[in-house]
Design a protein around this ligand. Structure first.
Ligand code: AOF
Ligand code: ZN
Length: 330
């Protein structure tokens, strides 16, 4: 299975499909063939491995796959059928297929008399699939909501100025976090007020190799001369009337993770809709007081309605703290 993981890791890190690896073993444990998935529309790992064998060569063999073999005809045919047709006697996999249409491969194989064992090295298998798996289970991208604030939770001074609340180490970290996401989302209010580029950059302003797709939420149009229009990737706009559905739409385009950075209004809407899977807060040892809080109203009127999170990581960055929190119970 570890070899299947290594094969899977050769597949594309981003995209609609997961990274999957497969090793075919003879009954006495020799490797007969290996395969991996190279991206949507290409052969699945199991079929890729089988295609390297002469007809009949996989008869009685074991297929070790890093994801439950699929049971559907999507862009390609069902792997469960291909394994059965090849005469595979045993299938070992890690994580169950989270897809509504594609799951059921293990059952199909068992029904055909194939011995099946799932859940092998499941923690490593889940780690390899990472955001793809969480997003597939949620039916939308994994959402990180980021803000920088003072100790008293203010994201700007009374006059609106906010550059900079945190120091250079924290700001460099934000760019690394942006680069790790598939898309970065800002509200139109923030685009009009701050004109953010929504790119991931080094401290001296050079673009990082991996850029998130820029997304702007809101009804007002993005001006032609807005910095975000010069982003290397095309701009997506969302009305923001039904964020859950709009995020699900991004997921169908292959977006597994989004970084929400751009305004208390948008951050509050995401939190209120129950869509904030991770809060990323850069906390500066400063006070601003006043009305400009990091989040707008959340519909909480009484303390027992507080939306509770738990801290999962607290890291000092220069003079600031980087705090990661996840919903209580998640
Ligand atoms: C992959 N590669 O090696 C395996 C997958 O549209 P399709 O036909 O490419 O099907 C994609 C789904 O098939 C995917 O979301 C997952 O549920 C399942 N298994 N997918 O892309 C593979 N084994
Ligand atoms: Zn498949």
């Amino acid at each position: 299975m570890r070899r299947a993981f290594a094969l899977a890791a050769q597949g594309p890190e981003r995209g609609i499909n997961p990274r999957v690896g497969c090793v075919i073993l003879s009954p006495d444990g020799r490797t007969l063939a290996e395969g991996f998935h190279r991206g949507a529309g290409t052969a699945h790992a199991e079929v890729d491995a089988l295609s390297r064998l002469a007809p009949g060569a996989a008869s009685g063999a074991t297929a070790v796959v890093s994801l439950e073999p699929c049971n559907h005809t999507g862009r390609t045919g069902p792997c469960a059928e291909a394994l059965i047709a090849a005469g595979i006697a045993r299938v070992v996999y890690t994580v169950a297929d989270p897809g509504e249409a594609s799951s059921g491969g293990a059952e199909r194989l068992r029904a055909a008399g194939v011995e099946v064992a799932g859940g092998v090295l499941v923690a490593d298998g889940e780690a390899l699939l990472d955001d793809w798996l969480v997003a597939a289970r949620l039916g939308r991208p994994v959402v990180t909501v980021k803000w920088a604030s003072t100790l008293d939770g203010r994201a700007a001074a009374a006059d609106g100025s906010s550059q900079w609340i945190t120091g250079p180490e924290a700001r460099a970290d934000v760019h690394r976090e942006r680069a790790a996401a598939d898309a970065i989302i800002a509200g139109i209010g923030t685009v009009l007020a701050d004109d953010p580029a929504l790119t991931a950059r080094t401290p001296d302003g050079r673009p990082l190799p991996r850029q998130p797709r820029p997304v702007v939420v809101g009804h007002r149009p993005v001006p032609d001369d807005a910095a975000v229009r010069r982003h290397p990737l095309p701009l997506t706009t969302l009305p923001g009337d039904d964020l859950a559905a709009e995020l699900a739409g991004l997921h169908r385009e292959g977006v597994r993770s989004v970084f929400v950075e751009g305004g208390p209004a948008l951050a509050s809407s995401i939190v209120r809709a129950g869509l904030a899977d991770r809060l990323l807060v850069y906390l500066a040892p400063a006070l601003l007081g006043g009305p400009r809080t990091a989040l707008d109203a959340l519909g909480v009127t009484s303390i027992d309605e507080a939306i509770r999170y738990r801290f999962t990581e607290v890291v000092p960055l220069g003079a600031d703290l980087k705090i990661t929190a996840r919903p209580e119970g998640a």
